[in-house]
Design a protein around this ligand. Structure first.
Ligand code: GLN
Length: 435
């Protein structure tokens, strides 16, 4: 039997093919030559299965989709506080390549526009871990990479940063990625706008290298080749708190992953971010070559590819595909489709050999709201004199307890014991580890 998911993706792809408005990006000559009719859609789950449809093996340059990942890597390299001092987290409401900095601080507004992305790239630790103390397996990978063409701005430091970019993005995709140096060259030749941005950053000392070096590194980053399956897996890595779902490698910390996702949510679709969030409700990032990734934390990474762009620089058909998926599959973050969780299955008195015990049976997934229900029910039962002196807290039907849930249940037990109850916990699966 065939899984219905690839068929469904195929159907979405087909149903979103009519609108051929928009244009391929032409300010990068290599992108201007892209076949506008290539299209693909992929989904990767946090437990590592991927589904693809259409031109899902076609490679294109990652462009701005690299931005949230490089931001996350920079946070792990130099710490969140240092990154925040250099790059803000406010939506700009402007085009991706706007020459703008925050009044007063001189910081780029956020890492999803070019100014912030060039700065974030420069924050990567150029003291390469690859060459110093990476294990031989990783060194091997770095050694096998095609060497970059000679260019005066590709200094050793720039090259070390590019190695960090390639190693990090490859780890997210779960395979060795490479750079399309021709595409990079064609963008670099006319990169006057990004150079202007870098000069502006240098003036404000947001970056300390030469502007040409910053732009060189950033443009090489944008020219990493990916398929829609790769970027779906990269998105799934963020959905999975920074752990690559197939390899199990922790690529970025949970904290960096959450920070990158938060900024994607408010800034990822440029000046269309607000409308996107309201309509589609999936943290997302788009790139000028026609890709879009979407991340549903704890669930899936989604990726689309179609090169015709709308006025904001987002893929026309990609936006439509995401809208379709969000509607059909109930993926909007702000619509809560989960049935409300009744964490307390029941409180009953059981009498065995003359001793009575209150058995409190819990169930499902216990997070803040579930734990609150447990506390509320138990407190009410105790106040109405319904609780026996001996209590058995039965967790055998509980699927999982969040950290907050563990703390709240722990506090409940502590207070019950303080009040003189004897509490025993049945936790055969060890879902509530601190008890
Ligand atoms: N390399 C492109 C640029 O800097 C990336 C922009 C994008 O994908 N929106 O212009």
């Amino acid at each position: 039997m065939r899984s219905p998911i690839p068929d469904y993706l195929q159907e979405v792809l087909q149903n979103c093919s009519a609108d051929t408005s928009g244009h391929v990006a032409d300010y990068i000559p290599e992108l201007a030559r892209a076949d506008p009719d290539r299209r693909a859609l992929a989904v990767a789950t946090v437990d590592g299965s991927t589904y693809g449809s259409g031109d899902d093996e076609h490679q294109f340059t990652i462009q701005s989709i690299s931005k949230p990942f490089i931001y996350a890597l920079a946070i792990d390299d130099i710490g969140l506080q240092a990154v925040l001092e250099a790059v803000g987290v406010e939506p700009s409401g402007e085009a991706f390549n706007e020459l703008s900095l925050e009044g007063g601080t001189g910081r780029p507004l956020n890492p999803m526009i070019n100014a912030g992305a060039i700065a974030a790239h420069q924050l990567l630790n150029a003291e390469s871990k690859d060459t110093e103390h990476k294990d031989s397996e990783h060194r091997g990978t770095a050694d096998r990479r095609p060497t970059a063409p000679e260019h005066p701005a590709r200094t050793d430091e720039v090259q070390r940063r590019t190695d960090r970019v390639l190693t990090g993005l490859s780890a997210c995709a779960g395979r060795d990625l490479s750079i399309d140096y021709e595409a990079a060259e064609s963008e670099y030749r006319d990169a006057y706008r990004n150079l202007a941005i870098a000069h502006m950053l240098r003036t404000h000392e947001v970056i300390t290298n030469e502007p040409v070096e910053a732009v060189r590194g950033y443009i090489d980053q944008c020219a990493v080749l990916v398929t829609v399956r790769d970027i779906a897996l990269m998105a799934a890595t963020l959905a999975n708190n920074g752990v690559q779902p197939c390899t199990g490698e922790r690529v970025v910390s949970a904290k960096a992953s959450r920070q990158a996702l938060s900024v994607m949510t408010t800034c990822g679709m440029y000046d269309a971010s607000g409308a996107w969030l309201a309509r589609i409700g999936i943290p997302a990032k788009s790139g000028v070559s026609g890709g879009i990734i979407g991340v549903l934390p704890g669930q899936v990474g989604i990726a689309s590819f179609s090169p015709r762009l709308d006025a904001a620089g987002n893929s026309v058909q990609g936006v439509e595909m995401f809208e379709r998926l969000s509607q059909d599959m109930g993926l909007h973050l702000m619509s809560n489709e989960q049935p409300s969780n009744t964490a307390v299955r029941g409180i009953r008195t059981i009498t065995e050999e003359g001793t009575s015990t209150s058995r409190i049976r819990l169930q499902g997934t216990i997070r803040f709201s579930g734990a609150e229900r447990v506390l509320r029910s138990v407190v009410a039962a105790s106040e109405s004199g319904q609780l026996e002196d001996r209590i058995r807290l039965d967790l055998s039907r509980v699927e999982s307890v969040s950290e907050t849930g563990v703390r709240m249940l722990g506090e409940l037990i502590r207070r019950l014991e303080e009040a003189g109850y004897g509490v025993a916990v049945d936790d055969p699966e060890g879902v509530c580890p601190h008890r």
